[in-house]
Ligand binder design. Structure first.
Ligand code: FDM
Length: 193
């Protein structure tokens, strides 16, 4: 079970209505294009691909809002922060971090971002790594640098090199605090505004 799914199960066990979401959602028409690109079956212009990733979030916006307004807590495995960091890491002239953030402005903003920090060398040792387009050490190092530029007041870094148990304790703690803060009923914020 993924870490995100385990977090959902934990929240549910505490009586919090929670759902797992993940991006890219590879099962929509746009998602299938993204999947084909990531697996290397097709090539595409970097800007166009970036906008597809963003469109893949926008096409889910209404469903996300409906779930949020119904009181669900959404645990989202990757979101716009991955979108901005990965494209900016490609260092394509013109596609700097600000350009990369722009298409996602106005999407629902997360209350907490949990960044599991792992050295690219350690990530490379994991099973299944290296099969997809971005799973290269140099790229991952630059992605990590771009992520550090995106860290805002919702950001929490957890050292993923610790034991699974310690990682989980910290992730749960962050989620508990975020859920508690939301129960006071803050207005939904929008991304990067
Ligand atoms: N990715 C993910 C992007 O480049 N942009 C995005 O907007 C998102 C959500 O796609 F390499 C990248 C990050 C990763 C790949 O892999 C998706 P996983 O294993 O499905 O998370």
């Amino acid at each position: 079970m993924s870490k995100s799914q385990r977090l959902v199960e934990y929240l549910k066990s505490k009586g919090v209505a929670a759902e797992l979401w993940r991006f890219p959602d590879r099962f929509t028409a746009i998602g299938r294009m993204i999947d084909s690109y990531l697996s290397g079956k097709t090539d595409a212009d970097d800007a166009a691909v970036h906008l597809l990733f963003s469109a893949n979030r926008w096409e889910k916006r209404e469903a996300m809002l409906a779930a949020l307004h119904a009181g669900q807590t959404l645990v989202v495995d990757r979101y716009a922060y991955s979108g901005a960091a990965f494209t900016a890491a490609k260092k394509v002239p013109g596609l700097d971090l600000e350009w990369c953030k722009a298409p996602d402005k106005g999407l629902p903003a997360p209350d907490a971002v949990i960044y599991l920090a792992m050295k690219p060398e350690a990530a490379a040792l994991r099973g299944g790594y290296g099969n997809e387009r971005y799973e290269k050490e140099e790229m991952q190092k630059e992605v990590a640098r771009q992520f550090s530029l995106l860290a805002d007041d919702t950001w929490h870094t957890v050292d993923a090199a610790q034991s699974i148990e310690d990682v989980e304790i910290q992730v749960r703690d962050i989620a508990d605090s975020a859920v508690a803060a939301c129960s006071e009923g803050p207005a939904l914020r929008l991304l990067w505004e």
